[in-house]
Design a protein around this ligand. Structure first.
Ligand code: UDP
Length: 245
């Protein structure tokens, strides 16, 4: 499996990649000049991007597009370009953290409710004690505060930026500021900081193994039912041949 190949699901690009290739791609791209932009779309985001050309094009501009979700793996099988596995954003983030720790690089945690990023940083440092945390900032801000936050991230001297604002807000933030940000890489991670902080439980292994993390999440956050009801529609559209709406 080469690491620079992309497939299209409902017209939305996704890297034709497995976990190991994604890590290799990151390690090659991170030291290069500019911000290595990593997005981790699941089927919900792909479904949305298939109807929002701007979001679709933003995803396509990322350096690494990780297939984060069992729905994308099923969809890839249906279109005859089977992805080997899904690569969850939270697992990939941990791989990045391990890389940063090993290489003496620092990370900035931006997003989630006040206190969550700090708690997530504290907890992940129990596992990666040498990890340098350049700073933290919560994800609730007014539009006029955005430029100041970019300034804070830059002033912290962080090498890598983790953005947890939910999709597609986090992807837009990274993309909109990619030319001002002085970090070497940035990833949008949804609720990962909540999981690391312990405010949201990750699905037990049984659910993870059987591709049922979405079900566990639904049990924890029943209000997601409306968002998740898009998923059967997503699968049907893939089966029906993709681009037709
Ligand atoms: N969030 C935030 N600012 C906002 C909206 C959301 O920091 O204006 C955070 C929220 O606290 C949570 C994460 O973004 O930690 C959203 O996670 P979720 O898993 O719902 O993201 P999605 O599934 O939409 O990618």
């Amino acid at each position: 499996m080469a690491d620079n190949e992309r497939i299209e699901i409902l017209g939305v690009p996704v890297d034709f990649i497995d976990r190991d290739r994604a890590v290799e791609k990151f390690e090659r791209s991170f030291p290069e000049p500019g911000v290595t932009m990593i997005v981790t779309p699941n089927s919900e985001i792909v479904q949305r991007a298939s109807k929002e050309p701007e979001l679709c094009s933003l995803i396509g501009k990322a350096d690494i597009i990780i297939p984060d979700g069992i729905g994308l793996v099923y969809a890839s099988k249906i279109i005859g370009r089977p992805l080997k596995e899904r690569v969850t954003g939270i697992d990939f983030l941990e791989t990045i953290v391990a890389y940063l720790e090993k290489n003496g690089k620092s990370i900035y945690f931006f997003g989630s409710k006040p206190g969550v990023a700090e708690k997530a940083a504290e907890n992940i440092r129990k596992k990666y004690p040498q990890l340098k945390v350049a700073g933290c900032h919560d994800g609730y801000f007014k539009p006029e505060e955005e430029a100041g936050i970019v300034g804070e991230i830059n002033d912290s001297g962080a090498d890598f930026l983790c953005v947890a604002l939910g999709a597609p807000k986090q992807e837009k933030f990274i993309y909109d500021h990619r030319n001002e940000l002085r970090v070497h890489g940035a990833i949008g991670v949804g609720g990962s900081l909540d999981v690391w902080a312990g405010t949201l439980k990750r699905a037990p292994e049984f659910y993870q193994k059987h591709g049922l993390e979405w079900l566990y999440r639904l049990i924890q956050e029943p209000t997601r039912i409306k968002r998740m009801s898009a998923l059967p529609v997503f699968m049907l559209r893939v089966i029906a041949g993709g681009r037709r709406k």
